[in-house]
Design a protein around this ligand. Structure first.
Ligand code: NDP
Length: 606
């Protein structure tokens, strides 16, 4: 194991394990995963409203295109850009948002930024001739960057915003899809690409009394600057919160970023914490000027490959990103141990690394937070990979401020009242309430992520077909759905990459080049053969790594189905098992394209 990895120095790992189990038990509360269905419950419709772009009436459009893309976030943009490079002129993009950017369109809360290094998070930097301003980019820079991709690749004319797809349906008679929307549009498309992302549905917990709260309340993904003052582009001072008591529910990735500006701006901040996050060093700074000056063809791809190599424990001469992900996350995601050792010894070595990493996080709390009661509540007691790790340098000092009250509520907030919240029987009155309660995650069924039925041949509906598990070829196409592609995503038989951008750019290249090749051969339609799909599913299931014992011991989170990992489905795994073999997957797709015979596709020609 590498020497830079902190090891556990405590003398009683068993006591630590017991503490982990006790903390887990405090959070294993029935109904902890219950949510208000924002899609189906009109009482909560206002939480979905777009604060950023005014809704404009328009006439329904009827359009004939080569490719219709559902989703105009990072996935949709990158695949559209790649399609342009293939010479595809007629592209339609549909999105419920009022503009491009997906996550970065919606999430404009104060302090929003990306904690993956910007040079490997922002896609297509080389094509765009762009160098991000900071090591970790702020949300506004990311959103405007996505706008500039749309500009460069001329995607505005084909985009339909504030438009929700209601149905995507295949017609065998003319071998085209019909995409119909809530604005009365009909798009006739030769190909459809589903690019809706996987953290695309806001989550509001099913707390009793939410409708009773008389003050303003909103979700972080729809920040209300009318109430708080400030703006997405401002320095984070929220002048309308002066003299106000603010409550925030949640202490995940979004909360950690918006708590510091909230704490500085309001009179009193109440932070309701169910599970503490592990908050590592962020160390943001202007982008190293050496990056701009040393750019050469392929520079960003090399950087991404280096990061992925470290994540997958593959040989790499240096760690060019060198941050908390590569130093702490990688050695636990892909342990650097001698696997010929006895199992107990392997487990002991991995635990020593894990306990060391988590001890370092707990020590960081003690170093920064002077109030010992707050410090104790902030310490995370679980294994590092049980939850998504966070990186921030202002959050812990913000919690330490005298105007911030940290409320420990492992069983969750009890209920909302007209004037505030009740936790452990105690009432907390607030003027403004912020829900930093996140998003439905990777395991959300495909039809729920899509929000509409996709109906293929033989009246097959995609959500129905995948009800008992994903069935695909390469995680991007599925039998019964001719000329339809899905951008690769977690739980979808592709691979998972720590920076989602990496699998996005690989998937976009594969899909766009495949569409280009199909068009060049005048293919009317393709459909995945039954045998190819079965073989891929079998390969995914066979490669499955049983993470059950680990996940079962974890604190509840979306990664272990809120404490019930038995819900995980081996069919929804990755190529190569576990998080997946990115480089093997990429080589396999490249070889498949290179061969040029569309192996596993049944083709019909015009
Ligand atoms: P999270 O799911 O990470 O956090 C939600 C928070 O709400 C958790 O602290 C959760 O507690 C809490 N919560 C939920 N229900 C209740 C309840 N009933 N009572 C009390 N507390 C409750 O959501 P985020 O929006 O913070 O992040 C979601 C994902 O988005 C991240 O994991 C990350 O992948 C991505 N993201 C990435 C960023 C980046 O910088 N790259 C920035 C922001 C988001 P508990 O922990 O106990 O479940």
């Amino acid at each position: 194991m590498t020497d830079s990895i902190p090891r556990y120095s405590g003398d009683d790992p068993e006591a630590l394990e017991a503490k982990y189990a006790a903390e887990r038990a405090r959070r294993m509360v029935a109904g902890r995963g219950e949510i208000h269905d924002l899609a189906g419950d009109e009482r909560f419709a206002r939480y979905r409203a777009d604060p950023w772009t005014a809704f404009q009436d328009r006439e329904p459009v009827t359009r004939e295109v080569d490719v219709a893309i559902v989703g105009a976030g990072m996935g949709g943009l990158v695949v559209a850009a790649r399609l342009r490079e293939q010479g595809v002129d007629r592209i339609a993009m549909v999105d419920e948002a009022g503009g491009f950017g997906g996550t970065w369109y919606w999430n404009r809360y104060p302090g929003v930024m990306c904690d993956i290094e910007s040079t490997i998070y922002l896609p297509m930097l080389e094509e765009m001739d762009y160098v991000p301003k900071h090591r970790y980019a702020f949300g506004e820079e990311i959103r405007t960057y996505f706008e500039s991709i749309a500009e460069k690749y001329d995607l505005h004319p084909g985009a339909l915003f504030h438009t929700r797809v209601e149905r995507t349906e295949w017609r065998d008679d003319d071998a085209h899809w019909r995409v119909t929307t809530d604005r009365g549009d009909t798009i006739r498309a030769r190909f459809v690409i589903l690019a809706v992302g996987f953290l695309n549905r806001m989550k509001l917990p099913a707390l009793p009394g939410m409708e009773d709260f008389r003050g303003p309340s909103f979700h972080t993904a729809r920040w209300d600057y009318e109430i708080t003052g400030g703006s997405p582009a401002s320095s984070g001072h929220l002048e309308r919160l002066e003299g106000k008591r603010v409550g925030i529910i949640g202490t995940g990735a979004s909360a950690v970023q918006c708590v510091p500006p909230l704490a500085k701006s309001c009179e009193q901040l109440f932070v309701f914490q169910r599970t503490p996050s592990a908050i590592g060093v962020r160390d943001n700074r202007p982008t190293d000027p050496g990056i701009a000056s040393s750019r050469h063809p392929g520079w960003q791809a090399e950087r991404m490959d280096n990061f992925a190599s470290i994540m997958l424990a593959l040989p790499a001469t240096e760690d060019v990103i060198d941050d908390g992900w590569t130093r702490n996350y990688a050695p636990l995601l892909t342990p650097r141990v001698d696997f010929s050792l006895p199992l107990e010894e392997i487990a002991r070595q991995i635990d020593a690394v894990d306990h060391g990493v988590m001890d370092a996080h707990r020590e960081r709390v003690d170093e920064i937070v002077r109030d010992p009661a707050k410090a104790e509540i902030l310490k995370p007691y679980y294994r590092y990979l049980c939850k998504r790790p966070l990186f921030h340098d202002e959050y812990l000092p913000a919690i330490d401020r005298p105007n911030v009250t940290l409320v420990d509520c492992p069983a969750g907030v009890e209920r909302i009242t007209e004037t505030g919240l009740v936790v452990n029987g105690d009432a907390y009155d607030v003027d403004v309430l912020v829900y930093a309660t996140g998003f439905e995650g990777e395991a959300t069924p495909i039809d729920r992520k899509l929000g509409h039925p996709v109906v293929g041949r033989r009246d097959t509906e995609l959500g129905e077909k995948w009800r008992d598990g994903v069935r695909s070829l390469h995680g991007v196409v599925s039998r019964g759905f001719p000329n339809l592609f899905l951008m690769p995503a977690p739980y979808q038989q592709a691979v998972v990459t720590v920076t989602h951008t990496h699998i996005t750019v690989e998937g976009a290249a594969h899909i766009a080049e495949t569409i280009g090749a199909l068009a060049a051969r005048s293919v009317r339609s393709f459909e995945v053969s039954e045998s190819a799909e079965n073989a891929w599913v079998e390969q995914i299931v066979a490669a499955r790594v049983d993470g059950m014992p680990f996940l079962a011991s974890c604190t509840p989170s979306r990664f272990n189905f809120e404490g019930d990992p038995a819900q995980s489905n081996p069919m929804n795994g990755s190529f190569g098992g576990s998080a997946g073999d990115l480089f093997g997957y990429r080589a396999l797709l490249a070889a498949w394209r290179e061969k040029g015979d569309f192996e596993g596709f049944e083709l019909e020609f015009d």
